[in-house]
Write a new protein. Structure first.
Ligand code: SF4
Ligand code: SF4
Length: 218
């Protein structure tokens, strides 16, 4: 299967559906609903930047310098659950084997361990931070993190969509009442749960993928 890059098809991304898995893992529906809101917010922010400031998106399929350079990619526990599920149960073939090897060797520095042949190997389940990171003008140079080198070319995400996405996903963290969720967003309570994608223990995921492979082949 050809691996899409994270910015391909960014203008109109439908909510992903995995009915059987969502029935088995109810948290997966929360995650997919939330990610779809991130995607919608990104698409609308891009449209506004085009219309109001005549900005052109530089991100293209096969342009993976950001994934090779960014050191601080926030990822939340629900997003991690989604990445684990996708890598363990959905990835197949050579891509799976390459990813396992990369995860095993990953030492916490760029490139992102999910970057394979300039594409994102977990593209449908990439975290919100990756879905929101869009650069205008010219593509990033190798090693460039545009957030620091030219902030003016980086899309500013729409806060209302980010808040809506977190509102949808908060029940995963045991925060279910509307008023509690609103308060949690205002007080940014999930900030203490965020991790850096680069420094997560990905060897653990590689082992879980290996264990899964042993179970399905035995
Ligand atoms: S332009 Fe920059 S942010 Fe966009 S896909 Fe290319 S490297 Fe990534
Ligand atoms: S998860 Fe890694 S490879 Fe995928 S889009 Fe994010 S930084 Fe790029």
């Amino acid at each position: 299967m050809k691996k899409p890059h994270k910015k391909s098809d960014i203008s109109e991304v439908p909510r992903l559906r995995f009915p059987e898995d969502e029935a088995r893992y109810p948290w997966l529906s929360l995650l997919l609903d939330g990610l779809a809101v991130f995607d919608k917010g990104t698409a609308i922010a891009i449209q506004r930047a085009k219309r109001k400031r005549n900005r052109t998106v530089a991100c293209r399929e096969g342009c993976g310098n950001c994934c090779g350079a960014n050191t601080d990619i926030p990822v939340y526990p629900l997003e991690l659950a989604g990445i684990y599920w996708y890598a363990i149960e959905m990835l197949k073939g050579p891509l799976r084997e390459t990813l396992k090897a990369q995860l095993t060797c990953h030492e916490g520095n760029p490139p992102c361990p999910f970057l394979i042949d300039n594409g994102c190997s977990i593209y449908p389940l990439r975290p919100g931070a990756c879905r929101l990171f869009v650069v205008f003008g010219r593509p990033c140079s190798p090693g460039e993190d545009a957030y620091y080198s030219r902030r003016e070319d980086v899309l500013t995400p729409l806060e209302e969509f980010n808040n809506q996405a977190f509102f949808i996903m908060l029940p995963f963290y045991g925060i279910t009442k509307d008023e509690d969720r609103m308060r949690a967003i205002t007080n940014r309570v999930l900030n203490v749960r965020v991790q850096n994608l680069q420094t997560c223990n990905w060897k653990n995921l590689a082992q879980r993928m290996e264990d899964y492979d042993s179970r399905v082949t035995s």
